[in-house]
Design a protein around this ligand. Structure first.
Ligand code: GLY
Length: 603
């Protein structure tokens, strides 16, 4: 389905200008393989936004957010400055995916080298391993856990952004919120995607504030409706003027804690002490050689980079003559991609969790990427599929683990931002409130005004079961103060020989973020496809069980050929939201995923 690019509708709308910035310019179930991996529903395809710039560029999931970042970059701001402005705007215009009530991973290349800013939510001090078990010791249904106070983790986003800004900000912190505050006060047009997701949502309607704000007598606000968010404007104004601490103590914090603790569908353990105690982390990124590149990504608690690089690394030992032909990936290549995904997801399920709680196999996460280990894993791939549940975790470096593997469970939501500034900084940030609309709790910060921001349900990224039937613990179980394992994969690529920046990319999509990002890296750097082709190429996903092919994007013969190889194949929407920027001799080019509403801008 093609539709008019949202950006055209938005830019025509009301002659909106960022006047504040112009001033700046002058200065479910735990059964394996049940996981829904495209949790934010599809809203159809838009035209791929393609673009070229010389000095700086920003790609984000909503045109108004991209525009906010663009204005900051044009005003001389750094990549981190622009990311803050984009994020503030996303909280307003793409509330279903990310926001100040959630967390993010920000990967930055600057004159200080590579840094991984970790703003992942943490479990409250009161959280225990049985958080998501019912009275019979069985896991809650996913939405029963998610749409309640018990899924809400301590939001880490703002403290992380503030830390990054202290180190890399050029413009004043307070200026970065001006676009979002202005638009929250004046109103923004509800996008087609936001409308579609509101319409399909049930639990959000059960939250009194959200029901009154996003619905009109039970009807989702229509596309183009000019929505003002005075509560969010007031909250962002306070954050702009007083810094992130105003979010973690005082009225906004009191309001958040009350909503979580008094939630009718399940009280959560979040306290004021948890909010005060939250600390972002700055971690060492993992840079992995692949072909003529260094691919840099986020270390645990993200499973993204390690799993992506296992996929890419194993495929090096499984070459095919024609991986892609006329825009369709060949059956030979798809079979290998699916099988190595099975193997890497088996390792992920056993080993990867918050590194502050769980030791890496052999004491170093890179053991999972050791070429000899990956060669031995690739050798498992045969002509026929190993089938649903057929892949077992490997054992890098004879490491003994007492852990049990985690079953697949839904992982949701999320938004990705890629930015390159005029000062040589490259940024990739993936940001989330977990499921679409998070915990389905709208918080007004105690302002009493309409609207507000949504609280995350990030704790459902933990294993619902703390252990298996034999009493072995699961690495990614709930523990107080722990960060849930993530799939978010903000990625920066460099030329190994020159050290020059090559690409910035990432995607939303729950566990399928890993497949979307891995396949994009291959399509861009190995198959040398143009950015719009990279983001538009059809998706294939498996978590180790059934194989999902993107609906109506593959020939029927491809499905039957994969079935003949033993794959349990079906079609479904695979709603990635890849944002891609790349370095070209003329400057920067890039593309936004046509499956969402993204846009790329720059000068
Ligand atoms: N909640 C999405 C992720 O962290 O992978």
């Amino acid at each position: 389905m093609q539709s008019t690019p949202l950006f055209l509708r938005c830019t025509k709308w009301k002659g909106f200008t960022f006047s504040a910035l112009l001033l700046l310019g002058s200065s479910g179930s735990l059964h394996a393989y049940d996981a829904a991996i495209a949790p934010e529903a599809s809203s159809g395809l838009t035209n791929t936004s393609v673009f070229q710039a010389q000095t700086f560029a920003v790609a984000a999931a909503n045109p108004l957010a991209t525009e906010a970042g663009y204005q900051i970059l044009r005003a001389g701001g750094s990549a981190v400055d622009a990311a803050i402005a984009v994020q503030a705007m996303l909280t307003l215009v793409e509330p279903q995916s990310s926001g100040i009530g959630g967390g993010a991973f920000l990967l930055l290349s600057s004159d200080q080298g590579m840094q991984a800013f970790d703003g992942r939510e943490t479990a409250p001090a009161a959280a225990t391993g049985d958080l998501f078990l019912n009275d019979d010791g069985e896991p809650l249904a996913f939405m029963e856990a998610a749409a309640s106070g018990r899924s809400v983790g301590v939001p880490g986003l703002l403290k992380m952004l503030e830390l990054a800004h202290q180190q890399h900000g050029v413009l004043d912190w307070s200026d970065l919120f001006a676009p979002a505050v202005q638009l929250a006060e004046e109103g923004f047009p509800v996008s087609a995607r936001l409308h579609t997701l509101l319409e399909g949502e049930t639990h959000l309607r059960e939250d009194p504030l959200a029901a009154a704000f996003y619905y009109d007598n039970g009807e989702a606000l229509p596309e183009g409706y000019i929505l003002k968010n005075p509560a969010l404007a007031a909250i962002l104004r306070q954050i702009a003027e007083q810094g992130s601490q105003v979010f973690y103590q005082g009225d906004i914090a009191d309001d958040m804690v009350n909503r979580v603790q008094q939630h009718p569908a399940g009280s959560g353990g979040l306290t004021l002490e948890d909010l005060l105690a939250y600390q972002p982390a700055v971690r060492e990124p993992i840079c992995t050689p692949w072909k003529v590149y260094d691919v840099c990504g986020f270390p645990p608690p993200s499973s993204g980079h390690l799993t992506i690089m296992q996929v890419l690394g194993m495929l090096e030992y499984l070459p095919v003559d024609t991986p892609v032909h006329n825009g369709e990936q060949s059956v030979d290549w798809l079979h290998r991609f699916i099988e190595v995904a099975r193997l890497s997801f088996a390792d992920r399920a056993l080993y990867i969790a918050d590194p502050d709680f769980v030791e890496a196999p052999g004491g170093d996460w890179n053991t999972l990427l050791n070429p000899r280990y990956l060669a031995s894993r690739a050798a498992i791939v045969g002509d026929q599929s190993m089938g649903n549940g057929g892949a077992q975790a490997g054992n890098p470096q004879e490491f003994f683990t007492a852990y049990a593997p985690q079953s697949d469970q839904p992982e949701y939501g999320t938004s990705h931002i890629s930015i390159v500034d005029g000062m040589g900084n490259a940024l990739a940030m993936t940001t989330t409130i977990e499921a679409a609309f998070g915990a389905r709790i709208l918080a007004d910060g105690g302002t009493g005004l309409a609207g507000g921001y949504l609280l995350n349900n990030e704790l459902t990224d933990f294993s619902f079961r703390p252990g298996d039937a034999e009493g072995r613990l699961i690495a990614n179980r709930v523990e107080p103060g722990k960060r849930p394992r993530s799939s978010m994969s903000p990625t920066l690529v460099f030329d190994t020989e020159t050290g020059e920046w090559v690409a910035s990319l990432g995607s939303p999509g729950g566990a399928a973020i890993i497949h979307y990002t891995a396949r994009s890296l291959i399509a861009l750097l190995d198959w040398q496809l143009a950015p719009s082709e990279v983001v538009g190429l059809p998706h294939t996903v498996t978590l180790g069980g059934p194989v999902w092919l993107e609906t109506d994007r593959f020939a029927p013969e491809t499905l039957s050929a994969l079935e003949a190889l033993g794959h349990d194949v079906s079609e479904r929407d695979l709603t990635s939201g890849i944002q891609l920027l790349i370095n070209i001799p003329e400057g920067i080019t890039g593309a936004a995923d046509p499956r969402r509403e993204g846009r790329v801008m720059g000068d």
